[in-house]
Ligand binder design. Structure first.
Ligand code: 7PJ
Length: 285
């Protein structure tokens, strides 16, 4: 088997990872600038799904909980009310649909509605989450490294060797998922850029990212608009496009097979250039 697995089994799609894939972020959280309430927010999120498909997205990732540093989780009913109307539309668009959630109730509901992937920043550690995904015969899942909770994680940044710790955690979670009956080819692994990590840790994880290929799982990485890029450039989140594309490209160059991004069109273009060069390489010795 090559260093990076070549498929990701998900509910409706076996995603071919022989070329890198772009996962586009769809926020189903309330828009603080919208005064039209839930219907208007859901409409905007559905329109955003359509726009990302138009831009060439490979996977839609819909989230109803903000997990930015310091944020507090919504209750289950609220999260479902945000996410389900968007998922029901997204599953009609012909691309795999992922849902960014840690709630077993939300997992069960979105998988029943036809979603393909559970993307859980808490790696199915909430009670019932492992069982919710294992109960589906083929749904994909992404496990991600984090410590603590988004509200407190930035105080949990002591590591001897961040790459070894992240790898050890992801290996353990994959083993737990497999023991629960989730086949290996259904699992992707994510180092969790910005989750209980300083800028130096995030950069070390990117510099040494190839070491994570030893996990023998497809690597999914999300650098898009993250704080480390703000620290490096001095720019606010809305002005981190170039930095985000640069980081996504470096992640792919170091073996990531899926990049989770806000700016789908720009990332798709960058990866076209990368792929055109990658295909001309001599086979590795
Ligand atoms: C990530 C995520 C990430 C995965 C968020 C943000 C914060 N899921 N959900 N990986 N980040 N798998 O987008 O800034 O890095 S929410």
């Amino acid at each position: 088997m090559s260093a990076s697995a070549t498929v990701w089994q998900t509910a409706r799609f076996r995603i071919d990872l022989s070329r890198p894939r772009v996962m586009g972020i769809v926020n189903a959280t309330p828009d603080s600038f919208s005064d039209g309430g839930r219907y208007r927010d859901a409409d905007a999120a559905r329109a955003h799904c359509d726009a990302l498909v138009e831009q060439g997205v490979d996977i839609l990732d819909i989230g109803g909980e903000s997990t930015r540093p310091g944020s507090v989780a919504p209750d289950v009913d609220e999260e479902l009310a945000r996410v389900l109307p968007v998922v029901r539309h997204a599953v009609t668009l012909g691309v795999p649909v992922s849902v960014d959630t840690s709630s077993p109730e939300v997992m069960r509901a979105v998988l029943a509605a036809g979603a393909d992937i559970v993307n859980d920043v808490r790696s199915l550690l909430r009670p019932g989450a492992l069982e919710a995904v294992a109960a589906h015969p083929t749904a994909g899942v992404c496990v991600m490294h984090m410590r603590g909770e988004p509200a407190t994680m930035q105080s949990l940044t002591d590591y001897d060797d961040v790459v070894a710790e992240v790898a050890g955690f992801l290996r353990e979670r994959a083993a737990a998922l497999e023991a629960a009956g989730i086949a290996r080819e259904r699992i992707a692994a994510d180092p969790g850029v910005g989750f209980a990590k300083t800028a130096a840790h995030n950069l070390e994880l990117l510099a040494r990212q190839r070491e994570l290929l030893d996990l023998q799982m497809p690597l999914l990485v999300g650098w898009s608009r993250k704080g480390t890029l703000g620290q490096l450039t001095g720019r606010p989140a809305g002005e981190r496009l170039a930095a985000s594309v640069a980081a996504a490209l470096m992640a792919v160059e170091r073996g990531a097979r899926i990049v989770r991004v806000h700016d789908v069109g720009a990332t798709v273009d960058a990866l076209k250039v990368w792929s055109a060069v990658a295909c001309c390489r001599r086979p590795a010795a």
